[in-house]
Ligand binder design. Structure first.
Ligand code: PLP
Length: 396
C-alpha cells in the first residue's frame, strides 16, 4: 500500500522523535524530574500575553464568519500589509502586501517556495549541519539536495566548498541563520560573500538561483548580536519566516514568505507560490492565527530566559571539559562528542538519563545537539549528570 517514496522515510523516522519516545520511557522509570531531555526544539517560554488578549478580543469583536472564513490563498490583505509595514520599520525595507504570503509555518513556507521553483533534477545547495527536513522537502519535488560539508572551526559556512557545489542545475540555496543546530548567526561578511558567489555563478551559467533564507529563529539572538536581514544582500532572496519560536506558537502553524519585488519575475513567482499554497492542500494559513499575529507583530517572548539557560548550560559544560561553540542565537548548543562515534556518546548520556541528539541527524557526525529550551531548573539538575559523563571520559 505504501509508496516507494515513503517506505525509506518510515525506516529513517527521525532520530529526534525516537529520542522523545525514549524520554517518556525514562520518565516512567525514573520520574520526569530525573530525566534531562535536551532533544526537542519545543519553546519553553510561554507565548506573550498579547497573543491571548488578541485571540479573546478577536473572538469578541470581529465578525466570526470573517474570522473563520476562507480568504485569498496568500492570506488576509490587512495582515500582509501589517507584516510588510513591520518589516519596513525594523529593517528599512520597502515591502508591500504583494510581497508577503502567509504560510502554515516555515515548514510549509519552504515547501511552497520549493514547489514553486523546482523542476525534477534541479539541485538545492545547503550547508551542514542543517535541519534534517530540508532533504525531505527537496525530494518532495524531485529535487536533489547538495550538501556543503561543515566548517567545524566556527560553523560559519565553508564558502570555497560552497562555490564548488554550485552547478548549472542549481536552482536554490537554503541558509538558516540563527542556525539550528549550531546557534551560529551568519555574519555580514558571510552573507556578502554568499551573495557575491551567487551573482558570479548566475552570470557564469546564465541562470537564476534563489537564496531561501529559513528564519524561524530570527528574533532569538544574544549578546547584542544583530541578525543581518538577507534581502539587502542579494536580489533573488526569498525569506521564510515563522512565529513558531518568536511567539512560541509552534502548534498554531503560522508564518510567511517574503518575495521581494527585486526578485526575477517576482509577480509571477508570487502568483505561483499562492497557487502552490493552495494545491499543496494548505489552501491558506490558519485564519484566526493570521488575525492574531496581525495584532502581535511587536510582541516578544522572554528571550532573556533562553539567554540565562544558554549561559548556565554553556558554562556548565565547559567546566566539565566539553568543547562547544558558544551559540549566538536560536536555542541550541552543538557540542563536540568526546568519542568519534557520537551515537555511542548519546548511549552513554542515556545511561545518565541525559537525552541529546546525534549530529549525524544534521549531517555532522562527531557532535551532538542540546536544545536548551527547557526549564532553568532542568539545566541545574542536569549538571551533576554531565559531570559524571565527563568523568567517564576522563575530561575532569
Ligand atoms: N526550519 C528550521 C531550521 C527549524 O528548526 C524548524 C523547526 O524546528 C523549521 C524550519 C520548521 O518550523 P515551523 O514550525 O515554522 O514549521
Amino acid at each position: 500500500m505504501i509508496s516507494k517514496k515513503m517506505t525509506p522515510m518510515i525506516q529513517n523516522n527521525s532520530a529526534i522523535r525516537m529520542m522523545f519516545e525514549e524520554g517518556n520511557r525514562l520518565a516512567r522509570l525514573y520520574g520526569r524530574e530525573n530525566v534531562f531531555d535536551f532533544s526537542l526544539g519545543n519553546p519553553s517560554v510561554p507565548a506573550p500575553g498579547e497573543v491571548k488578549e488578541a485571540i479573546l478580543d478577536i473572538l469578541e469583536q470581529e465578525d466570526s464568519l470573517f474570522v473563520h472564513g476562507y480568504m485569498s490563498n496568500a492570506g488576509y490583505e490587512d495582515v500582509r500589509e501589517a507584516v510588510a509595514a513591520s518589516l519596513n520599520r525594523r529593517f528599512g525595507t520597502r515591502f508591500h502586501k504583494g510581497n508577503i504570503l502567509m504560510t502554515v509555518g516555515a515548514a510549509s513556507g519552504l515547501n511552497v517556495i520549493l514547489k514553486t521553483i523546482l523542476d525534477p533534477g534541479d539541485e538545492v545547495v545547503t550547508f551542514a549541519p542543517y535541519f534534517v527536513e530540508y532533504g525531505s522537502y527537496v525530494r518532495n519535488y524531485d529535487g536533489e539536495l547538495r550538501v556543503v560539508p561543515p566548517n567545524t572551526a566556527d560553523f560559519q559556512p565553508d564558502l570555497e566548498e560552497f562555490e564548488k557545489r554550485i552547478s548549472k542545475r542549481t536552482k536554490a540555496v537554503i541558509i538558516n541563520t540563527p542556525n539550528n543546530p549550531t546557534g551560529v548567526v551568519y555574519s555580514d561578511e558571510t552573507l556578502r560573500r554568499i551573495a557575491g558567489i551567487l551573482e558570479r555563478k548566475q552570470g557564469e551559467f546564465q541562470s537564476q538561483i534563489a537564496l531561501i533564507s529559513d528564519e524561524p529563529y530570527r528574533e532569538l539572538a544574544y549578546d547584542g548580536v544583530k541578525v543581518p536581514f538577507v534581502t539587502g544582500y542579494y536580489r533573488n532572496t526569498v525569506i521564510c519566516y515563522s512565529f513558531s519560536k518568536s511567539l512560541s506558537l509552534p502548534g498554531e502553524r503560522i508564518g510567511y514568505l517574503v518575495i521581494p519585488d527585486e526578485m526575477e519575475s517576482a509577480g509571477e513567482v508570487f502568483k505561483a507560490a499562492s497557487i502552490a499554497n493552495r494545491v499543496l492542500g494548505c489552501v491558506n494559513a490558519p485564519s484566526l492565527m493570521q488575525r492574531v499575529i496581525g495584532r502581535c507583530l511587536d510582541a516578544e517572548v522572554d528571550v532573556a530566559a533562553y539567554d540565562r539557560n544558554r549561559n548556565l548550560l554553556y558554562n556548565g559544560l565547559r567546566e566539565c571539559g566539553f568543547t562547544c561553540v558558544k551559540p549566538q542565537g536560536a536555542f541550541y548548543l552543538f557540542m563536540k562528542s568526546p568519542e568519534e562515534d557520537e551515537k555511542e556518546f548519546c548511549e552513554v548520556c542515556k545511561k545518565h538519563n541525559v537525552l541529546v541528539v546525534p549530529g549525524s541527524s544534521f549531517a555532522c557526525g562527531g557532535y551532538v545537539r542540546l536544545a536548551y529550551c527547557v526549564s532553568y531548573e532542568q539545566i541545574e539538575r542536569s549538571l551533576p549528570a554531565f559531570r559524571a559523563i565527563a568523568q567517564h571520559y576522563g575530561l575532569i
